[in-house]
Design a binder for this molecule. Structure first.
Ligand SMILES: C[S@@+](CC[C@H](N)C(=O)[O-])C[C@H]1O[C@@H](n2cnc3c(N)ncnc32)[C@H](O)[C@@H]1O
Length: 210
């Protein structure tokens, strides 16, 4: 899925992935990452997720990256906070209070951009990517993130004949295949999930980069 695919989704308002409520696994399992309250949390492919506001309320500095400027503008409008906006390399940075979102391509981020990161929250980012991009995403996280970064990863699994991605079905073995060379992996929970009419399972993993 190239950026244009997603820009069109936002333009056509095909954003069924956006959650009105805070993710249940985020509320339940975030504390198991044992991050300092004021540490920086990276949210790749963040959309306009309200989960970023929840993370900020916990005291974290939040750094998101999102290709759609529409999504980022809507995030701040819905939060009712006016962001400051500046160019940062190949990105446009929107920031207010303790949340900064970089508008641009995740794959253009450098290790320097994420050098302060201690935690990652991935909900519907990995599953948004087709297999070849998914491998690049896994490798690039490992290459760019500081050692010992802790991640809460939320993925979906469903019968392959039930629907086409995105979101793509990613089972527990596939997550292990992508991350076991670079992370300690713990499966925290698996619960039934209604994926817009398709019976799915939502998995929560803790990944600790080695
Ligand atoms: C399935 S949505 C998930 C959004 C958010 N994580 C959530 O839970 O609501 C995937 C998001 O990633 C963005 N995206 C896709 N490819 C991207 C890329 N290469 N760089 C930055 N953002 C990207 C899309 O615009 C979309 O908002």
């Amino acid at each position: 899925m190239e950026p244009d695919f997603w820009l069109e989704r936002w333009e056509k308002r095909e954003i069924g992935f956006h959650q009105v409520d805070i993710n249940r696994f985020l509320e339940q399992y975030w504390s198991t990452l044992e991050l300092a309250k004021d540490s920086t949390v990276f949210v790749p492919l963040c959309g306009k997720s309200k989960d970023m506001r929840w993370l900020a309320q916990q005291g974290h500095h939040v750094l998101g990256v999102e290709v759609s400027e529409t999504a980022v503008r809507e995030f701040f409008e819905e939060w009712e906070v006016k962001p400051t906006c500046e160019h940062k390399g190949s990105f446009v940075s929107y920031s207010a209070k303790n949340i900064e979102i970089l508008v641009g391509d995740y794959f253009a981020l450098t290790a320097e951009d994420v050098q302060e990161v201690a935690g990652v929250y991935d909900r519907a980012a990995l599953v948004a990517l087709p297999p070849d991009m998914r491998r690049n995403y896994g490798t690039s996280l490992a290459e760019k993130l500081p050692a010992k970064t802790q991640t809460l990863l939320i993925s979906f699994e469903y019968r392959l004949d039930a629907r086409k991605g995105p979101p793509f079905s990613i089972d527990v073995e596939a997550v292990k295949g992508l991350f076991e060379a670079t992370c300690d992996i713990s499966l925290l929970d698996s619960q039934p999930f209604d994926l817009r009419g398709v019976a799915a399972t939502e998995h929560a993993f803790r990944l600790g980069y080695l």
